[in-house]
Each structure stands twice: as C-alpha cells, then as structure tokens.
Design a binder for this molecule. Structure first.
Ligand SMILES: [Mn+2]
Length: 380
C-alpha cells in the first residue's frame, strides 16, 4: 500500500533528472515547507540532478501558497517542472496560470482538500478522497521522505536517511501533527539522529545557550522549532531553509544568533497583541473570537490565535487588516474542523485552507462582517 501517486511522481522526477529538465521547488515558507524542499533537493542532487530555482512566497507580502508574484518571478525558467511542497492544494487559479506560463505543476501537500483538486499534472496529498493509504496525518516533510525513498530506492544511503529523518522529526513536531503511527517512528528515530547531526544548523543550536543547558532532547527541540519558525525571509529564502541547508558552521552561527535576537523582540510583540485581543474580548459575548487590526503582524497572530483559542475554548479568527484585504489565521478547539466551517462561508473569501485545527484565509475587507456572521450561524 502506497500513498496515491507517489510512484508516478517519483518516476516523473527521475525522468526530469535524466532529461536535464529544469526543476523548480516551490515551498511554503514555514518549517515544514522548508524541510520538504531540503529533502527533495538533496534527493534530486544525490542522483546527479540539479535544481534550477527554489522559491518560498513571503506570506506577509504576497500571501500563502502558489502566488502570482512567485510565478511571475519564476517565469523566466519555463519550460520547467514546478513542484509545490506543503502548499498548492487550494491554488486553483494559480495552477491554471502556472500552466499557461509553461510550467508543468506537481503538488505535494498534506493540507485539507477543498471542493475540487487544482489542475496539476500529479498531486500527492494523503487526504485525497481516493487515497487508500491508511495513515493520513503526515507532515508534508513526512510525505516527501516517503517520496524520496521511492525516488532513491537502494541509493538511499543510511547517512542520507538519517539526515532526512532529522528534518522530518522537526517538521512533524513543528506542524503539530499527531505523534502516532508512522509519525511516532519518524520522531523517535529522527530525534535520536538529531543529537549527532552533521548539519551545521542543528549542531550550532545544540552547542550554544540556552539550548545547551536544556536537559532533554524534547525540550531542546521544541525551543529550536520555535526559533526556526521566526519569519526572516532574505531573497525569498526563509531563515529555516538557509540555516538547515547551510554547509558552513560560521554562516549557521550567524543565522542562529540573529534569530535569537529576533525571538526576543517577537515575544514582546506577541504579548502586546495578546493583551489587545483580551481587552477587546472583555466587552464581547460572541461564540467565536474574530479580531483584526492593521498592526496584527501576520507572522505573530498565529501564536496569539493558538493561545487565545486555548484560553477561551472558542474558535479564534485573527487577521491583519490591510488597505483592501485582510489575511487571517484560524485556530479552533478539538472537535471543530476550521476548514469545513470556512467552506460553508467560502462565498465571502478570496482563498482559504489548511488543517482542521489550524488554517488561514484571505478576504476583502467589505466581507469581514458577513463572514463573521456566517461563521457564527454555521457554528451553531
Ligand atoms: Mn505543513
């Protein structure tokens, strides 16, 4: 039993390597996306293939997933095989655009399927209706690891496998996937290898304070993940990607120190937004938390939404309000599926998607109130 289309995707990638076709890796900018790109990149390179371009959309500027801006930036590479990692499953319009620009699109994702599938040539997503693989809750990096096993076959060396599993463990924990079934094995194995990682990025963390003093690997890793989740995009590459794919300990040290400084500032800003949300909630009785603001930095509100949702046990919809549109993040208590809930109100949304417990949306500002009312109605 295999995840649907994994063999097909592996064969297509091998063919692209043989034919020296241009290959573009297009990842989500979070830790799962970054590690997915690294695993596939290293797999393709170990077969002598080359990556023509790596791209991560800057959520703050262009939004989430495959974006028009990203495609226009990459257009010069066409014709090319564009592989979307940890994103793409909700990008109906953008996949069409990509095809018209001359890309062949492959999607490797693990997010919830919306009403239909985008028009990509090959789609791997364990949540596809006709995917019979029994386990559904891999991080995208877990799916990419399985794909790499298929691509490499007996060329997957033990050291490469260890390397990959370190990253899969980080991504699975970072994406808060259930730690059961194959995920549990990935995490156990990955963390045991991580302690003696050769990756300068990981080594640096383990050698410096405060990580060094933490007693157990689990504590070290959860702190490392929170640092790796800090948004710090430079020339379209998130810090997590730059750090984990770096071969230089000097470069790695520089990035880690920079991130630690940013973490301090980030903590303060998160507390500010949290306090603001709590203040507004004092005078409200709604069954959902629905708050936004121009200063609700998109990279911070996910963390605020998580803690606010947990504290009040209500679905939390927080958004950054811009000139015409708002970009939001959603966290809901167990038992509610945020994507299904938004599906019922999708007429008010530009895009939406994600996981049952954690997701996101984009909306025109004029629809914010209608969307909120619709959510409340459908929640009841
Ligand atoms: Mn993910």
């Amino acid at each position: 039993m295999e995840i649907k289309n994994i063999k097909k995707a592996a064969q297509r990638i091998i063919k692209a390597i043989k034919n020296k076709e241009k290959i573009i890796l297009y990842g989500d900018a979070d830790l799962d996306g970054a590690t997915s790109v690294i695993i596939l990149q290293d797999s393709i390179r170990s077969l002598g293939g080359e990556i023509s371009a790596v791209y991560f959309p800057d959520r703050e500027i262009e939004g989430y997933g495959i974006t028009e801006k990203g495609l226009n930036f990459l257009k010069k590479e066409t014709p090319a095989l564009l592989i979307a990692l940890d994103c793409g499953i909700g990008n109906f319009k953008e996949v069409k655009l990509a095809k018209s620009l001359g890309f062949e699109v492959m999607i490797i994702d693990h997010h919830e399927i919306l009403d239909k599938l985008p028009a990509a040539k090959i789609i791997i997503d364990p949540k596809q209706k006709d995917d019979r693989y029994p386990f559904k809750y891999f991080a995208c990096a877990g799916v990419v690891f399985k794909l790499s096993e298929t691509i490499l076959g007996n060329k997957l060396t033990e050291s490469l496998r260890r390397n990959f599993l370190e990253l899969v463990a980080l991504a699975t924990i970072g994406d808060m996937m259930p730690q059961e079934s194959e995920n549990k094995i990935f995490i156990e194995e990955g963390l045991s290898f991580l302690k003696s990682s050769w990756r300068p990025g990981i080594k640096t963390f383990l050698e410096i304070e405060p990580f060094k003093s933490y007693p157990g690997i689990n504590q070290k890793v959860s702190k490392i993940i929170s640092i790796l989740n800090i948004r710090d995009v430079k020339s379209n590459l998130p810090a997590s990607f730059r750090l984990l794919s770096s071969y230089s300990s000097k470069e790695a040290e520089g990035i880690v120190k920079d991130l630690l400084k940013k973490a301090e500032r980030r903590k303060e800003k998160i507390e500010e937004i949290k306090a603001e949300v709590e203040k507004r909630l004092e005078v409200k009785e709604d069954p959902i938390i629905f708050e936004g603001g121009a200063d609700f930095d998109l990279t911070l509100i996910s963390s605020v939404a998580s803690s606010t949702c947990q504290k009040h046990l209500k679905p939390a919809f927080l958004y950054k309000k811009m000139m015409k549109e708002s970009h939001g993040t959603v966290r809901v208590p167990k038992g509610i599926n945020s994507v299904s809930l938004m599906k019922k109100c999708s007429e008010y949304l530009l895009t939406y998607g994600g996981h049952a417990q954690a997701s996101g949306f984009r909306i025109k500002n004029e629809n914010l109130e209608k969307f909120k009312k619709c959510l409340i109605k459908n929640l009841r």
